[in-house]
Design a protein around this ligand. Structure first.
Ligand code: FEO
Length: 611
């Protein structure tokens, strides 16, 4: 039995709903079903705007036959050739042999590709701004390529001010007896499905949607009739505003979407701790397990929210499969203008974080929170500050965070007021011994005795610790000569044996060498966690051995500057240039490039002072 809906005196909805379809286009779940809309205009001529999917063919034919009331169908306007709207064309041609098919040239080619019908004798080709008078109504054709296929066009009825919008302004969900968006609580019950429909179906083509919106802005529109979902006759501005945001990839809401892929719950744990930290800072979060949430929902949420966090375990030396699919989907849908943070997990070789970042780097205008968090199997107590820091860094990008600290507000000299020690960090990897100077060794906990060290990633010793997961720290005394700092601090171990001349047999239980002179204590440690902070890694490690060698006072960073580091040349011998406050390297020339990196100690221009 027919089931039609009157829209105006002359316009009738003759579409149908499908609630049995599991996957729209074979990929998007539609738990609330989907409608296939077709509209019959009855003027001096009868005009049908599009047909329906083959799944609802029968009901559509009943509706159309009833609505026509025995009249012939004069025109079929084919706005979109995708088969969910064109499946009944062949049957209509057979049933209404005098019917003219109105379409553009691209549509004609597609009709010939999809169907075997004699069309050339019954087609009327239209181009941009062509019109068709049906009696009282004047139809204007507006090309809308790539919204969603290249042949798409929309039609404006300038008599009743109705825009037949093809896929634009569509929505997943069966109509359930209502036809107009104002008959339901659209924002509460359907906006999520409208967003999921838009972002997944035409999200990639924001520019083309913008072009259509620009064309539409010049029209007086009283009603929008899309091919899926509800007809808009009230509050049209509300859906137009969403389309402006979606098509320009601007978020609707300042909030954090956290999507995670977790095999045994440990990556999920990290994601939840971060989410909890963000909530503590007053920031809205939404979370998705990418293995159980359809990718289309995550794509839609990524368009909705301003900040995106991806937490993924490493799998087959890559991104976990379900996360990889989501990331690929987001890149394919052209996601832009978002702030991104990444958590990776890997029990022996974490790679997922770097790979996610590399993928998202392809997108426009992405801002990455630099301190990617690396979890090694499970989150440890020592990583909680790292997660809190990530929450802080995300929070700092929110407009009302109150965090107004910017580089211009930071006097880098302040950092030199912090008291530091000086240490030789040594490691052994693949039969090679090596060491470097570091200044940050801190005891974190007493039971177990646990320390942290921060190491510049450019140092060979850094990589050796990453691989071997073990190191020694020799605590330097005030007696340490400048030559010791030159040996361990100013050269790379790639090109020399820094322990040349030192006693080969002085090794701790872990087999790693240590210094016996100018050292008052030695600490051996086994790495439990590695935190990635951009230029540096922070190693969290359990102490496995520790002993003292002398009662000489430890050298502080300040003591080094005041008493060990050679003083600058007298003024008359100075050349124009800058001196590294860390290692004493002299850059001759003026000015010092802002991106200059010290070739000796790898510190940046900010650590240089004018001579
Ligand atoms: Fe509903 Fe692009 O078709």
């Amino acid at each position: 039995m027919y089931n039609v809906k009157k829209i105006t005196q002359n316009l009738t909805w003759v579409g149908a709903n499908d609630r049995r379809l599991a996957m729209f286009e074979g990929v998007y779940s539609v738990p609330k079903g989907v409608s296939y809309n077709a509209y019959l205009l009855q003027d001096e001529k009868t005009v049908l705007f599009d047909t329906v999917d083959k799944a609802v063919h029968h009901r559509f034919m009943e509706n159309l036959t009833h609505a026509l009331g025995g009249k012939p169908l004069d025109y079929l306007v084919v706005q979109h050739m995708e088969p969910d709207h064109s499946a009944v064309i062949s049957d209509l041609v057979a049933r209404y042999p005098s019917m003219t098919i109105v379409c553009n040239a691209k549509t004609l080619a597609f009709i010939k590709q999809f169907y075997d019908i004699d069309i050339d004798a019954r087609v009327k080709i239209v181009t941009e701004s062509d019109t068709l008078s049906t009696g009282k109504h004047n139809l204007h054709f507006v090309m809308a390529p790539m919204v969603h296929w290249p042949e798409v066009m929309v039609t404006y009825d300038s008599t009743d001010k109705i825009l037949f919008s093809a896929d634009a302004f569509g929505c997943f969900g069966a109509l359930n007896g209502a036809l107009f968006a104002d008959e339901v609580d659209f924002t509460r019950d359907y906006m999520d499905e409208a967003r999921r429909y838009y972002t997944n179906i035409v999200g990639k083509y924001g520019k083309q949607v913008e072009m259509l919106l620009t064309k539409a802005s010049g029209l007086e529109i009283k009603m929008i009739c899309p091919l899926h979902g509800f007809v808009w006759r009230n509050n049209i501005q509300s859906i137009l505003e969403k389309y402006v945001l979606w098509s320009t990839y601007e978020p609707e809401e300042k909030a954090v979407m956290i999507a995670y892929a977790s095999v045994y719950g440990n990556t999920e744990n990290a994601a939840e701790i971060l989410s909890s930290n963000l909530r503590d800072r007053g920031i809205k979060t939404v979370m998705f397990d990418v293995s159980v949430t359809p990718a289309s929902e995550i794509v839609a949420a990524a368009f909705q929210y301003s900040h995106l966090v991806f937490a993924s375990t490493t799998y087959n030396a890559g991104i976990f499969v379900t996360m990889e699919a989501v990331i690929n989907d987001l890149v394919a849908h052209n996601i832009q203008n978002r702030t991104i943070a990444i958590i990776e997990n890997g029990s022996w070789a974490a790679t997922s974080g770097g790979l996610i970042r590399a993928q998202l780097t392809k997108c426009k205008n992405m801002t990455f929170i630099d301190n990617m968090l690396t979890v090694t199997s499970s989150v440890k107590e020592a990583q909680l500050p790292g997660i809190a820091l990530m929450a802080d860094m995300l929070a700092a990008t929110f407009p009302d965070s109150g965090n107004t600290a910017k580089p211009k507000d930071i006097d880098s000299n302040t950092m030199f007021k912090i008291s530091y020690g000086l240490f030789v960090l040594s490691a052994k990897d693949g039969g090679k011994d090596n060491g470097c100077i570091i200044n940050t060794v801190t005891q974190i906990t007493d039971n177990p005795i646990r320390i942290s060290i921060a190491v510049n990633k450019t140092a060979l010793t850094h990589d050796m610790v990453v691989h071997s997961k073990a190191f020694n720290v020799s605590v330097l005394t005030e007696s340490a000569p400048f030559s010791l700092f030159q040996n361990f601090g100013f050269h790379s171990g790639k090109n020399m044996d820094k322990f040349s001349g030192y006693d080969e047999n002085q090794r701790t239980n872990n087999g790693i060498r240590y210094l016996t002179e100018n050292t008052n204590a030695v600490i051996s440690a086994r790495v439990t966690d590695i935190l990635d902070y951009g230029t540096h890694s922070v190693f969290i490690a359990d102490v496995t051995q520790a002993f003292t060698l002398s009662a000489k006072p430890s050298a502080t960073y300040q003591y080094y500057f005041d008493n060990i580091k050679p003083k600058p040349l007298p003024a008359e011998e100075k050349k124009a240039g800058y001196i590294c406050k860390i290692c004493g390297y002299v850059y001759e020339g003026e000015p010092l490039p802002s991106n200059f990196i010290c070739p000796i100690c790898k510190h940046g221009a900010v650590n240089f002072e004018k001579m």
